[in-house]
Design a protein around this ligand. Structure first.
Ligand code: ATP
Ligand code: MG
Length: 692
């Protein structure tokens, strides 16, 4: 018996959107109007109609959203999902490349470089070209490379041709290391489809029903990939594509072009059926009115109506802690209080921040208050050194030719393979056009006289190679005699390299940090356990795990902490990572000028103020019942303004967006600690002027 009852669970326009399976459909609608719900129901409806899972492709913005979508569909359809594809564009790219990449001259076990690996390779490429690394902004250079790769800039036209050679070296490096950067995950599938019509044909025949959520943030390159799959071959051909989005929530705008992709869609898919959804089911009218008040200040938008049947609601509360640590304490205490008073669960709370650097103070307050929490969307977990180290071991075990990861662990924990030895290896690799691992293999068995510089560290090289080979056999080979799972192997590896002693020696002055880092590794192992014991995970082995990790840690979008799926944790995340999510209670921290709107965006011109406003709109619209906003009186500035002469701690001004929230919706709270008279006067003058 089907559980699906679309007539009862959807409103009129939603029903229309769910049942319009044939032809192109475009839904541009406001926050919380059920766009994502429509996609989940559409898929369930297709399954009910007998459309095979394998013919359906749903593209989401984050891995977390993809998993949520899957579980929603599973619930709605009551079916086991075996060949349904719900993934991000990047994961979808990986899926295609794992099948087909040999046609482009790479090997199938390619590594995926995250930003840290990529910066390392850019650094090496600069050195290769005898250019100094000092003073080069690797982030900016990375952006240039990325823009060239995706065809947005050309050398000499927007991209400084002084770096063309470095780019060549960089590309070469990727090929030699059999590694891809994030852009490759989209660019190479496009290249495949364009150069090999038979491959394109194969995927087009397979995916006959395509859906894209958060379409407003689909980049041009993602759009091209989507179009290659979805576009009709001939007039009247098959293009069953449905995209949903909200121009007001576009927060990764591509050079100011806000809803250009929406216009392109209308042009490229003639006969598109446009459906409007106007009822917001998520938030109280208080929250919705606040959000509407803010976003109506943007000029560059497709205006639309959005109303909520959930009338009234508690006021939005605005607090003014003294400093960021008071702010963090306030949030932690308030969450604790609401859990007791209103019997809320920890996972009812979303704490939203503008930048990653704001997590630290809040994490510390949560730890002090003993609040379980998870950080998503950012560098928080997987960028931690201890986690990267362990993952580098796994990456090298998966692909020993991955030089970047090899270099990270070759002497971590220290095992006496010093710089001299590493440069002998590097030279040898360069001479032979081989990977470092290959070069090490040569050194390992060569007579001492051949490489006199390397004579000393040979035993250590041998030892290291034995270690990697041992685990490769254990994890990948048929020699997994104990029948161990990946998580067990990782635990054994961590013991084997004695990472604990390494941490103790690195942090001999602060055992607490060593302990904390070790606990992080424990959570990593636990997260692998959770992943491998998921009954829907049909292949809980090393390569799928590494793919997944690379995508989670990508700059492509929001990440997740290790305990995803874990219930009962406060959600701490950047606003970017919160897109599409909802929480009964939301805290927006740091609603200050220079944070939101971000100081960097202000330097970049007017278009960016609108984007920052959209970001603030996204933040407000995540809340269902209750919204708290905090704006500190002072804040440590270092991360936000690096101007000479700036005080490390400076007075903050309220975010100008706060004044755009209709005053009657907000309850103001005076600062908790007593201010001296002058401070108080100054403070109220500031408030008054901003809420005139
Ligand atoms: P966003 O723009 O933030 O991504 P959205 O348009 O995708 O929002 P959803 O997340 O799909 O909106 O829906 C918001 C909330 O409203 C969800 O909890 C969803 O289940 C609920 N909802 C949407 N439509 C209905 C409906 N017809 N009946 C009951 N609940 C609904
Ligand atoms: Mg959504």
């Amino acid at each position: 018996m089907s559980r699906l009852n679309i007539e009862a669970e959807l409103n009129g326009p939603q029903l229309e959107a769910v049942s319009a399976l044939e032809g192109p459909v475009l839904i541009i609608a406001g926050a919380g109007s059920g766009k994502t719900r429509v996609i989940a129901y559409r898929i369930a409806y297709m399954l009910e109609k007998g459309i095979p899972q394998s013919a359906i492709l749903a593209l989401t913005f984050t891995n977390k959203a993809a998993r949520e979508m899957e579980s929603r569909v599973r619930e709605l359809s009551g079916k086991k999902l075996q060949s349904l594809t719900v993934s991000t564009f990047h994961s979808f790219g990986v899926r295609i490349l794992r099948e087909e990449i040999e046609k482009l001259g790479y090997r199938k076990n390619f590594s995926i470089y995250d930003e840290t690996d990529r910066n390392q390779l850019i650094r090496d490429s600069l050195r290769e070209c005898r250019l100094s690394v000092d003073g080069v902004d690797l982030y900016k250079l990375g952006q240039i490379f990325s823009n060239v790769k995706i065809g947005r800039l050309r050398w000499g036209e927007g991209a400084d041709s002084g770096f063309e050679r470095v780019y060549g070296e960089y590309q070469n490096g990727l090929k030699v290391y059999n590694a891809l950067d994030f852009d490759d995950l989209l660019v190479l599938p496009i290249q495949l489809f364009e150069e090999h019509p038979e491959i394109r044909g194969k995927y087009r025949t397979r995916y006959r029903y395509i859906m894209v959520d958060e379409f407003q943030d689909t980049s041009l390159i993602q759009y091209r990939l989507m179009r290659l799959l979805a576009e009709a071959d001939s007039p009247g051909g098959n293009c069953n594509i449905c995209v949903v989005g909200d121009d007001d929530q576009s927060i990764y705008s591509w050079r100011g072009a806000n809803y250009e992709n929406i216009l392109m869609f209308e042009r490229d898919f003639p006969g598109v059926r446009e459906i409007k959804l106007e009822q917001n089911y998520r938030s109280t009218t208080t929250i919705l009115e606040a959000a509407n008040g803010v976003i109506s200040n943007n000029t560059n938008r497709k205006g639309k109506t959005l109303w909520s049947g959930n009338t009234g609601g508690k006021p939005i509360e605005l607090f003014h802690p003294q400093t960021e640590s008071d702010e963090a304490d306030f949030i932690a205490r308030r969450i604790r209080e609401l859990c007791l008073r209103e019997r809320r669960n920890y996972d009812d709370f979303g704490v939203l921040i503008r930048t990653n650097s704001m997590t630290r103070a809040i994490e510390e307050a949560f730890l002090a208050e003993n609040l379980p929490y998870q950080v998503s969307g950012g560098t928080s977990f997987f960028q931690r050194k201890e986690i990267k180290d362990i993952l580098s071991y796994l990456r090298v075990i998966g692909n020993a030719d991955d030089d970047v990861n090899l270099l990270r662990i070759i002497n971590t924990p220290r095992r006496g393979i010093g710089k001299t030895m590493i440069s002998v290896i590097t030279d040898l690799a360069r001479k032979n056009h081989s990977s470092l691992w290959d070069a090490m293999g040569r050194l390992r068995y060569a007579p001492d006289t051949l490489f006199p510089d390397a004579a000393k560290g040979r035993a250590e090289i041998d030892h290291f190679m034995n270690l990697i080979e041992f685990y490769r056999n254990e994890i990948l080979g048929s020699q997994n005699r104990k029948g161990w799972h990946l998580s067990q192997q990782v635990r054994s590896l961590t013991d084997n390299i004695d990472y604990w002693s390494y941490l103790m020696s690195e942090y001999s002055k602060n055992e607490k940090i060593a302990h904390w880092k070790f606990l992080n590794i424990e959570s990593l192992i636990r997260s692998i356990e959770t992943w491998e014991s998921n009954p829907d995970n049909l292949n809980p082995t090393l390569y799928p795990y590494l793919n997944r990790i690379s995508l989670i840690t990508s700059g492509d979008g929001p990440d997740e902490g290790p305990d995803e799926g874990a219930r009962g944790k406060v959600n701490l995340m950047t606003i970017h990572a919160a897109k599409g999510l909802e929480f009964p209670v939301v805290f927006i921290a740091g609603a200050e000028d220079g944070i939101i709107p971000h100081a960097r965006s202000l330097e970049e011109g007017d278009g960016n103020i609108e984007e920052e406003r959209r970001l603030f709109y996204v933040a407000i619209t995540r809340a269902r019942d209750k919204l708290f906003i905090t704006s500190c009186l002072r804040r440590r500035r270092a991360q936000f303004q690096k101007q000479a002469g700036d005080e490390p701690v400076a007075d903050s001004r309220l975010s100008p967006f706060l004044a755009e929230i209709p005053g009657h919706l907000v309850e103001y709270h005076e600062p908790e600690k007593a201010l001296d008279a002058a401070e108080a006067e100054d403070f109220f003058a500031r408030i008054k002027s901003q809420f005139a």
